[in-house]
Ligand binder design. Structure first.
Ligand code: LLP
Length: 427
């Protein structure tokens, strides 16, 4: 179970994270509870940076934009990929330098474009329409916006359809065949300067071949736009490297990704005699396995299956429902016990799809036990909601064998926050 997760262990029969007893954490901070190991994030980031020593790593803030986690990555020297004004706001608060932030998005508001120009961050432009709007906005501010185009390279990443983003049919990017004319228009427009090229083909990709395909297609375009006089400062190949969620799952490492992509990038830039920076935008790989979700068993029911009802549902972890995603489950207070039966772990939400883990072999599960759901650091809390009137849970960061809250548990008042009752409806 813990082969590739050296931050998890077992002491006195209890699951530990970063050397801290999860049973004690649940008692101190309550459940449900997201728990993140800081050193694991730093190690994941450093592994990626070592694999691409000359590249800039722009952490994809969408995976997890808790301020402390952003702060850790800013300290490590990462840049940031942001996908909204809110993510930009958080990245700036966390201390990312505006020069190392790329504002992505396929449907940005004028207010978001204004904010990006104001803050001096680069933008990845998703359409000609957006380009024209941006040019006017930058002109009105008397500024020049540095841009890349998001290219749709038409590459199949062989992942879940909802997270394949570089297919011809996807909503993202400028179609491959129209990219050169988009750069021509950008060169002719005022207050925008094309300095980069960008793609992102999908997420949880388990094979390096699609990355190499995308890199080849991108480098062909680099050659074409270079010929029309665009001086590219960067080539951004996006994120998407998968992680092993299932036991024994084979996943390429960052260095295997580098072996597949760097020769293509280096050979082509060398032959063109240009020196753009390579940028990568990993999210999941940096944070996913750093974090577990602790959830308490409310009730056990033997029906069609052995149902284990816990206090976290798809309000706090949407991935199993949304993508049929697999997350490993451990009975944290019985972590050294052998499986004795098959259980299906379900949340408290009013929908039959609220299943966190199906048909798992676990030690005998009883009311009051503590379940840990593994690898939830990416797209876990960041996709949470208050559905069914459930305040969001707390988050804790473990460092040097001690734990601190990095987000307080929401209260009932937080369910009401921002709501306004017209006076005629007041009690
Ligand atoms: N760059 C761009 C432009 C992106 O849209 C994304 C993810 C990334 C980078 C980071 O990709 P990563 O390295 O994390 O795979 N909620 C889904 C994943 C959605 C990914 C969306 N874009 C999930 O839970 O699997």
């Amino acid at each position: 179970m813990f082969q590739h997760r050296s931050h998890l262990g077992i002491e006195n029969g209890h699951l530990t994270i970063g050397g801290v007893d999860t049973v004690a954490l649940a008692e101190k901070f309550g459940t449900p509870l997201y728990v993140t190991d800081e050193s694991r994030i730093r190690a994941n980031y450093q592994r990626f940076q070592r694999a691409f020593p000359n590249a800039d790593i722009y952490y994809a803030a969408k995976a997890n934009y808790n301020l402390s986690i952003l702060r850790i990555l800013a300290q490590e020297g990462a840049g940031a990929d942001v996908f909204s004004d809110g993510e930009l706001f958080c990245a700036l608060k966390a201390g990312f330098s505006p020069g190392k932030i790329l504002f992505n998005g396929n449907s940005k508001t004028d207010a978001e474009l204004n904010m990006a120009v104001q803050e001096g961050v680069r933008l990845s432009v998703d359409s000609l329409d957006e380009l024209r709007t941006l040019s006017k906005i930058a002109e009105a501010q008397g500024k020049e916006a540095e841009i890349a185009f998001r290219v749709n390279p038409d590459v199949s990443p062989k992942t879940h359809p909802k997270i394949a983003t570089g297919l011809k049919t996807s909503k993202f990017g400028i179609p491959h065949a129209e990219v050169v004319s988009a750069y021509k228009e950008a060169l002719a427009l005022k207050n925008v300067k094309p300095v980069g090229i960008h793609c992102h083909i999908g997420s949880q990709i388990l094979d390096v071949a699609p990355f190499a395909d995308a890199a080849r297609r991108m480098m062909e375009l680099v050659e074409q736009v270079n010929k029309i006089g665009v001086e590219l400062k960067f080539v951004d190949l996006g994120g998407g490297l998968g992680i092993p969620y299932k036991p024994g799952e084979k996943v390429p490492s960052p260095s295997e990704l580098a072996d597949a992509v760097l020769p293509i990038f280096e050979e082509r830039t060398k032959s063109m005699g240009i020196t753009p920076k390579l940028i990568l935008e990993p999210g999941r790989h940096i944070v996913a396995d750093s974090t577990i979700l602790l959830t308490r068993v409310n009730t056990i029911k033997k029906a069609h299956k052995n149902f284990v009802g816990v206090d976290a549902g798809f309000n706090l972890l949407l991935r199993p429902v949304m993508y049929d995603a697999y997350h490993e489950v451990v009975v944290a207070n019985k972590a050294d016990q052998s499986p004795s039966d098959t259980y299906t772990v379900v949340g408290p939400i009013c929908e039959s799809g609220d299943i966190l883990a199906s048909d798992r072999n676990l030690p005998k599960v009883e009311k009051g036990d503590l379940i840990a759901i593994l690898d939830v650091g990416a797209y876990g809390f960041s996709m949470s909601s208050q559905y069914n009137g459930r305040p969001r849970c707390a988050e804790v960061l473990v460092c040097d064998r001690s734990a601190e809250a990095i987000r307080e548990r929401e209260s009932y008042d937080d369910l009401l926050r921002c709501q306004v009752i017209p006076s005629r409806l007041r009690i």
